[in-house]
Design a protein around this ligand. Sequence first.
Ligand code: PAF
Length: 285
Amino acid sequence: MKTCTTIGETRADALDVRKHGKSLGLVPTMGALHEGHLSLVRTAKARCDVVAVSIFVNPLQFGPNEDLGKYPRTYQRDVELLEKEGVDILFSPSPEEMYPAGAVTYVTVEGLSDKLCGKSRPGHFRGVTTVVAKLFHIVQPDCAFFGQKDAAQIAIIRRMVCDLNIPVEIVICPIVREPDGLAMSSRNAYLSPQDRKSALVLHAFLKQISSQFDQGERDAAALIAAGKKVFSLEPAVCLDYLEIVDPDTLNPVERLNGPSLAAVAAYVGSTRLIDNVVLDPTVKR
Ligand code: PAF
């Protein structure tokens, strides 16, 4: 695996891949890799000739009181995991390389960036779209791979790619869960054993909603009320939002007549976790 820390060398390597007529896949990450990330890498390996992974804890997507300082950093272990998966290029720039002094340009997807997590994390999605746009310009991948767990991020990145005519295919990979159902997340590392148990309520909520949906319930308010009952059984978990929205516009839906996204965010202790499920009346589960 070739490790690049500068934009210049990454760009040169990516150009070389394209010169040889090979397809290039990019998996953007913030490191602290887990099976969810590795599933993105494996899908990228299956789809593209050459796979690049970026590891960059992007300061721009953390609010002033968020966990930038304590965000898990496990660089050596990440490198070993990526080498084992046969990744070709690792781009791990410094904050100064990505945001040199004087940088004042941002990418904002208006109207979507303030929905779901954007409501309680103002500026978060602006940070995500800015860094992802930069990564797309630096690497110029044919395909980029993202996890379904960050469903709002996907909608926003898709909108950005469409609006800015960025020639990259966005490939979405399913949520990877622990055996007991908890969605894999780098932030799970923060959970105490007690918090870890309490965190299962997010999955329990989604299971409750899915089962009512499978039984024919199509009224969003009824589904949300059923989900909230599940939450009320776990007082240690503080709900941030629980919404059923259109997966593209992130606007709330009243009736689930087409594919809809049930999304939840909650604080377990001081750890903020998210999870979601797509409810599609045309798909038999
Ligand atoms: O999903 C993430 O890990 C981050 O938001 C991303 C896409 C790598 C941008 O920093």
